[in-house]
Design a protein around this ligand. Structure first.
Ligand code: PEP
Ligand code: MG
Length: 762
């Protein structure tokens, strides 16, 4: 049958109905109020391309070099033309229209792509596929075809290519659902999305849900303590805009909320009680905390979508934090081969490739699992191909952890014995959430939206809404290839773009690069990388940090033999101190900034690493002026990552800088005298140590007096307690890894709401 009604669909029908369709069928089956819908099944898409005779042309059109952006763009266009311009076979068309006619009253419908399990296993990515609202009968078939065509957007082709998925075997289903003419709508989290505490949060606004989901409006927020069975807080926001359906055109339009309703509370106690019990039912049904979209119409509540909350720290972080004192038996599975830190989430099964030396990287094919002692920057191309990464060494701030998180490659880091335990060609399953590597294929958890649970390249948008926060929530980017993914999180900009990764990926020291290719080429390399990120985020600000690579990292590169031999590179020739000793190289970096400013990238901010005092800053700004950058006209600042810079913060503020950013990875190691890469003392590495926190608090206080903005971009920025303390102290922005953006947004919002409440109560 070309179509299936929800009543005939359950979770086990993901292959046919896609994740979204299966989830809705399951909700309906559980007796929950879901608007009526049918699914144009994955088999129907397949029948369409085959019966219409376009399959071969289609797959040929999308068989391009995914690194070639022009080829990608024309592949997308050709695929769309083939699908949209081809008629749907008669028998399929009449089944779809007959199903539509079973809705009463010729209603508007929502037409949504529903990714199948084989495709795009990350729900957040699947969310990139098309959805159309307020579709009428006349447009229905066209919109369904456009959903099918969204299987071949540039990003989807690229992503699938990178993941080793075959375009030919990927299917897509389409959900056609009666529109709820929503008077009120919003989202509900059945547990706290960071801590997993039994607290239901409901966000609500007037009109259709897009305003809440897109972050266009600050919704009311209601939190409910499930254990005490009482409403904890009610925050009524000023809701200036709403989305409604235009009666004439049927389009969704943004309207001003009438004055008298702007500050009116959206949900009363009865509606909240009904929502809470629906939330508990959904969670009980799936046996997992859920993120639910809901709407009301004619006094009834409908559930539009439910997905598991994937951001709760519990399972993932416990396995990370407990790692030091657990052994593999703790993971609760008998087939665990190796365990370590879950450094980048997602589960992937593939063939292990034990890589000892760089010349063995060729054996890593698309989707293979790299098993190595520790990654180096020249492994990045192979990491991009890899399905997952497992290392013997490294912590949460190591190269392997940072790059794999940004690439969205699941990773288990610091296992100690992966290279000696795993063997070449062995089939293994890597679980980057729990930090375990198991034998063969680990079955993905089944739930309403299995693609998000089974594997992942999560971006911060996975949870659906973007809470509005006064504190800016930004994202760290190290490799330009991750820019688009990072930008899609809705982060308020890039809080840290590390320039050294741009250099390391050339596999040459800056000096060697200049010797081989000339100064201009070096400047251009930096310009291109920075521009990729600035472009992806424009006009959101992008803070680029000048070079900060310890000499031992440079030594591995071509030209590295000339690097000084240092007893302790972490305390050595790196950051601004090196740039000031080698002003010619520093000026090449600055010229890249200047070029981009001239191209109009006024969103770029310049940040100096490992500063100790104002003298460093004066010498650096003199060099800025020498290359023609006027510090008065540009936003620039310094990392606070040495205790000296924190203790000298007043004189630093007097240099005229615009911002400081806490590099807690370094600040912690220097304050506590604990080498951040030394596993032997890792249990003493504590970014929340009172000595570190004391420095952070003092710097924020002084900076506020000087009107200098403050940020944190070290790894600790994703810890809820760090966010709580620093937002409380008045930090301006928080910058986290791409997978932590959504979580940080919610945490900051929570703290801000508490502060507002406290000030109102005082
Ligand atoms: C830090 O020190 O916290 C930081 C963000 O810089 P890096 O990790 O590159 O040293
Ligand atoms: Mg640092």
């Amino acid at each position: 049958m070309p179509v299936a009604w929800l009543s005939a669909i359950s979770t086990s029908d993901v292959d046919s109905a896609g994740g979204k369709g299966a989830s809705l069928g399951e909700l309906r089956d559980a007796g929950l109020p879901v608007p009526p819908a049918f699914v144009v099944t994955a088999e129907t898409y397949r029948a369409f391309i085959e019966e219409a005779g376009i399959a071969d042309d289609l797959f040929e059109a999308v068989d391009v070099d995914s690194e070639d952006s022009a080829a990608l763009a024309s592949a997308e266009q050709r695929a769309r033309e083939l699908i949209v311009d081809t008629d749907i076979p008669e028998r399929v068309e009449s089944s779809i229209l007959a199903a539509y006619d079973d809705f009463e009253g010729d209603p508007f419908v929502a037409v949504r792509s529903s990714a199948t399990a084989e495709d795009l296993p990350d729900a957040s990515f699947a969310g990139q596929q098309e959805t159309f609202l307020n579709v009428d009968r006349a447009d229905l078939l066209d919109r369904i075809k456009r959903c099918w065509a969204s299987l071949f957007t540039q990003r989807a082709i690229y992503y699938r290519d990178q993941q080793g998925f075959d375009h030919e075997t990927v299917d897509i289903a389409v959900v056609v659902q009666r529109m709820v003419d929503a008077e009120k709508s919003g989202v509900m989290f059945t547990r706290h999305p960071s801590t997993g505490e039994p607290e239901i949060t409901v966000e609500a606004a007037w009109g259709l849900g897009e305003a809440v989901v897109s972050g266009a409006v600050s919704p009311d927020n209601y939190s409910y303590d499930r254990e005490a069975e009482s409403i904890e807080t009610v925050t009524v926001a000023t809701k200036k805009t709403m989305h409604v359906r235009d009666d004439e055109t049927g389009e969704t339009v943004e309207r001003s909320v009438p004055d008298e309703k702007q500050d009116e509370r959206v949900l009363d106690e009865t509606e909240l009680a009904e929502l809470h019990s629906l939330g508990e039912l959904v969670e009980d049904h799936y046996d997992q905390p859920q993120d639910v979209e809901w709407a009301t119409s004619d006094g009834s509540i409908y559930l539009l979508q439910s997905r598991p909350i994937t951001t709760i720290e519990g399972s993932a972080d416990e396995s990370r934090n407990d790692h030091a004192d657990t052994d593999s038996g703790e993971s609760g599975t008998s087939d665990v081969l190796v365990d370590g830190l879950g450094a980048s989430p997602g589960t992937v099964t593939g063939t292990a490739r034990v890589v000892g030396t760089l010349d063995q990287l060729d054996k890593v094919n698309q989707g293979d699992i790299i098993v190595t002692e520790m990654t180096t920057p020249d492994m990045v191309p192979a990491m991009k191909r890899a399905g997952a990464l497992v290392t013997d060494e490294g912590g949460m701030t190591s190269h392997a952890a940072i790059v794999s998180r940004e690439l969205g490659v699941p990773a288990v880091i610091g296992s100690e014995n992966a290279t000696s335990t795993l063997t070449d060609d062995q089939m293994v399953s890597v679980d980057g959430d729990r930090g375990v590597v198991a034998d063969g294929h680990r079955e993905p958890a089944t739930d309403g939206e299995p693609q998000s649970a089974s594997s992942g390249r999560p971006d911060g948008s996975a949870g659906g809404t973007k809470p509005m926060t006064a504190t800016d929530i930004k994202v760290n980017v190290s490799i330009p290839e991750a820019a688009e993914r990072a930008a899609a999180t809705g982060a308020d900009g890039v809080g840290l773009l590390r320039m050294e990764h741009m250099v390391l990926s050339t596999n040459k020291t800056p000096q060697q690069y200049v010797d081989d290719h000339g100064e201009e080429a070096f400047v251009n390399t930096l310009t291109d990388s920075m521009r990729t990120v600035a472009e992806a985020f424009y006009p959101r600000p992008v803070r680029v940090r000048t070079l900060d690579a310890p000499s031992d990292e440079f030594r591995q590169l071509e030209g590295g033999d000339d690097e000084p031999s240092e007893h302790n590179p972490m305390l050595g020739y790196r950051g601004i101190r090196r740039s000031l000793e080698e002003p010619e190289t520093f000026k090449l970096q600055l010229r890249a900034f200047k070029k981009l400013y001239e191209m109009g990238y006024d969103s770029l901010e310049l940040m100096l690493p490992l500063v100790t005092d104002a003298e460093d800053v004066h010498r650096a700004t003199a060099l800025l002026r020498e290359v023609g950058i006027d510090p008065e006209k540009r936003d620039w600042g310094v990392m606070v990552e040495t205790p000296a810079s924190a203790l000298c913060i007043e004189e630093l503020c007097e240099t005229g800088l615009d911002f400081v950013s806490f590099g807690t990875n370094d600040l912690t190691q220097y304050t506590l005298a604990v080498d951040r890469n030394n596993g032997t003392v890792a249990d003493r590495y504590d970014e929340l140590h009172p000595a570190v926190m004391g420095l952070l608090h003092d710097v924020i206080e002084t900076c506020r007096e000087y009107d200098v903005s403050t940020s944190i971009c070290g790894q600790a920025a994703s810890k809820p307690r760090m966010i709580q303390e620093l937002v409380d102290a008045g930090i301006t922005s928080v910058s986290v890894n791409v997978d932590a953006v959504h979580d940080a947004q919610r945490e900051a919002k929570r703290v801000e709401q508490r502060l507002i409440l406290e000030s109102v109560r005082d």
